[in-house]
Design a protein around this ligand. Structure first.
Ligand SMILES: [Zn+2]
Length: 233
């Protein structure tokens, strides 16, 4: 997602971060709650740190660094996701080990942790020390759909930003992708992020499941009494 789109989708958060960048006050740790543009915002901020051809505080989106960050291939911007529903302590410890080393291409490093609520508590705790060493040029973005599941120790040490779902925008986008209004609305309500909606829009299996669920629901309603009686007997 380019910054123009990010600005359209999360105008308040975008403006807030531009002001933060202008005042050179980017914190070392943020908690982004909600998936709607949060990953893109973290990448935008990473680009603003590494871009070699900035326009004011804004990344150019054209230089080598910007392009590599957008593709998820820049060595000093690490994206961490759960494997089998968990972010292992070893993985985080390995990263903490890297903090003390100089960056591969520069002194700065950015870590973006997706579904941060799936971090093992020990993993989360080993990050706390890093967050509390502001002299390090490390920036961590914790991304979550449920901030209540994030350890209080992490929550209290990060600044929280909310990325609410923009349903109307998502319906429009899905219609532009060729979905009829009914399907676009259903998918927009169901999805937690733009990426998920885009992926499911072209997923034949998802729509088969939706059709089957509708049939099942209709059948259940029609046969409600009969089914309940059978279940009770
Ligand atoms: Zn750039």
């Amino acid at each position: 997602m380019k910054q123009d789109q990010l600005k359209d989708w999360q105008p308040d958060q975008f403006d807030r971060f531009v002001r933060i960048l202008e005042q050179d006050q980017l914190n070392h740790a943020y908690l982004f709650s909600g998936f709607f543009g949060s990953l893109e915002m973290a990448q935008f901020l990473a680009e603003s740190l590494f871009c070699t051809d900035k326009v004011g505080v804004l990344p150019c989106e054209k230089c080598r660094n910007c392009k590599l960050i957008e593709q998820g291939e820049f060595p000093d911007v690490t994206l961490i996701k759960p494997v089998n529903q968990v972010i292992k302590t070893e993985r985080i410890r390995e990263l903490v080990g890297q903090f003390s080393q100089a960056g591969i291409e520069s002194q700065q490093q950015v870590f973006i942790i997706e579904q941060a609520e799936k971090m093992h508590p020990n993993a989360a705790n080993s990050l706390l020390k890093v967050i509390e060493e502001p002299q390090s040029e490390v920036y961590i973005f914790f991304l979550t759909s449920d901030e209540e599941k994030i350890l209080p120790t992490i929550r209290s040490r990060t600044q929280i930003f909310h990325f609410k779902k923009q349903e109307e925008q998502l319906i429009l986008l899905l219609e532009q992708m060729g979905l009829v209004k009914k399907k676009a609305t259903l998918l927009a309500q169901f999805s937690q992020s733009r990426a998920e909606a885009e992926k499911l829009a072209n997923h034949a299996g998802f729509w088969t499941l939706v059709d089957e669920s509708e049939h099942l629901l209709t059948w259940l309603v029609a046969k409600k009494k009969k089914v309940i009686c059978r279940l009770l007997n």
